[in-house]
Design a protein around this ligand. Structure first.
Ligand code: UDP
Ligand code: MG
Length: 320
C-alpha cells in the first residue's frame, strides 16, 4: 500500500432521511475512524451530507452532527432538486477540499465495507471506481425486473452505462473536475461518468435493504428517471421515426404498383387504387419528413448540451 494519505470525502444526498441519519452517521464515523487509523486516508477526510430541501429534521440533524464532530460537514440546498442534482452539488462542493470522493445513499443500502476496496483501487491508479451489485437477491422481483430491463434497454439504445451500477462510486479529484465540464441541466450521472474516461475499474458489493424509512424513489420518480436517462443520451428514438418513414414510403410504392396492376387487370373497385396509394404515400412522406426534422433536432439537442468534446488525460511536452 502506498505511503501517501489522501483526503477522502463521502458525499451523501439526503431527502427526508431523519429516520436513518443517526444510524448512518454512527456507522460512517466508525468506518472513517478505522480508515484513518489504518493510514488509508488523511484525518482531514469528511462525510458530507447534502440536504436536498427536506422539510423534516434532516438539516437539523446534519447541523448537530457537524457541531459535535468536525468529521461531518453539510450542504443545504435551497429546495428539493432531486437525487442527481443533490449529488452533483455535493461532488462539486467536495472537490474543492478532497483528493477522492465516494458517493453513496443515506440509507446505507450500499455496503460501506466496499469502500476499502474502492480506496485500494484508487491508490492503484484508478480515477473512477464503480460499485457494482453482485446480486439483487434482496430486491423484489418487480424492482429487479424493471431495473435490469432498464440497463439492457439503455445498452440497446447505445448508451454507455455500467451494468448494475447505481450511484455508489469513488471518483478522483481530477475525474470530478472533468465532470464539471459537462454543463447539461438534465443530469443522468450514470451515463455521463463513463464518458469522462480515464482509468477505471469496478468493485463488487452486496446491496442490502433500506434499514429504516421508505424509498424516496416511488415508481413515478423511477420512470421519469429512466426516461430522462434515455432521452438525455440517445437520439435513437428520433432515428427510428426516420427508418419507419422510409419503410412506409417503400411500402407505399409497392402499394401504388399493386393498385395500378389491380386497376389495369380490372379487379378493383372504383376509387380504391387511388385511395390506397395516396394514404400510404402521404403517410410515408410525413414520417420521412418528421424523421428528417428529427435529425436536425437531434443535432440541436447535442449542441445545446455543450458537452466537452474531449478531456486530456496527460500531456508530454518539454519546453526549451
Ligand atoms: N434523494 C434525494 N433527493 C430526492 C430523492 C432521493 O437526495 O429527491 C436521496 C435519498 O435521500 C437517498 C438517495 O437519494 O440518499 C437514494 O434514494 P432511495 O434510497 O430512496 O432510493 P432507492 O434506494 O429506493 O432506489
Ligand atoms: Mg435506497
Amino acid at each position: 500500500m502506498s505511503e501517501k494519505k489522501d483526503i477522502l470525502y463521502v458525499v451523501i444526498p439526503c431527502y427526508k432521511e431523519e429516520e436513518v441519519l443517526p444510524e448512518t452517521s454512527r456507522r460512517l464515523k466508525e468506518k472513517m475512524e478505522k480508515l484513518i487509523s489504518e493510514n488509508l486516508i488523511s484525518e482531514k477526510s469528511r462525510v458530507m451530507f447534502v440536504n436536498d430541501g427536506s422539510k423534516d429534521r434532516t438539516w437539523d440533524i446534519i447541523c448537530d452532527l457537524h457541531k459535535e464532530n468536525s468529521l461531518f460537514s453539510g450542504v443545504n440546498l435551497s429546495r428539493n432538486r432531486g437525487h442527481q442534482n443533490a449529488l452533483l452539488a455535493g461532488l462539486l462542493t467536495a472537490v474543492n477540499f478532497a483528493d477522492m470522493i465516494i458517493s453513496m445513499d443515506a440509507d446505507l443500502q450500499d455496503d460501506i465495507n466496499a469502500m476499502d476496496n474502492m480506496i485500494k483501487a484508487y491508490y492503484e491508479g484508478n480515477e473512477v471506481v464503480y460499485g457494482v451489485r453482485s446480486s439483487r437477491k434482496k430486491d423484489t422481483f418487480f424492482k429487479r425486473f424493471t431495473a435490469e430491463g432498464f440497463y439492457k434497454l439503455m445498452k440497446a439504445l447505445g448508451v454507455d452505462i455500467i451494468f448494475n451500477h447505481a450511484d455508489y462510486r469513488l471518483m478522483s479529484k481530477r475525474a470530478v473536475e472533468s465532470l464539471s465540464e459537462f454543463k447539461e441541466v438534465n443530469l443522468f450521472l450514470r451515463g455521463i461518468i463513463p464518458q469522462i474516461g480515464y482509468k477505471w475499474t469496478t468493485v463488487e458489493y452486496e446491496r442490502a435493504e433500506r434499514f429504516a424509512g421508505e424509498s424516496k424513489y416511488p415508481l413515478k420518480k423511477m420512470l421519469s428517471f429512466a426516461f430522462d436517462g434515455i432521452t438525455s443520451f440517445s437520439i435513437k428514438p428520433i432515428r427510428m421515426v426516420f427508418w419507419i418513414g422510409l419503410i412506409v414510403f417503400i411500402v407505399s410504392i409497392v402499394m401504388l404498383v399493386w393498385a395500378l396492376v389491380a386497376k389495369i387487370m380490372n379487379f378493383s373497385n372504383a376509387g380504391w387504387s387511388s385511395l390506397m396509394g395516396s394514404i400510404w404515400l402521404i403517410g410515408g412522406i410525413q414520417l420521412l419528413g418528421l424523421g428528417i426534422v428529427g435529425e436536425y433536432i437531434g443535432k440541436i439537442y447535442s449542441e445545446t448540451k455543450s458537452r466537452p468534446r474531449y478531456i486530456i488525460e496527460t500531456i508530454l511536452n518539454k519546453e526549451d
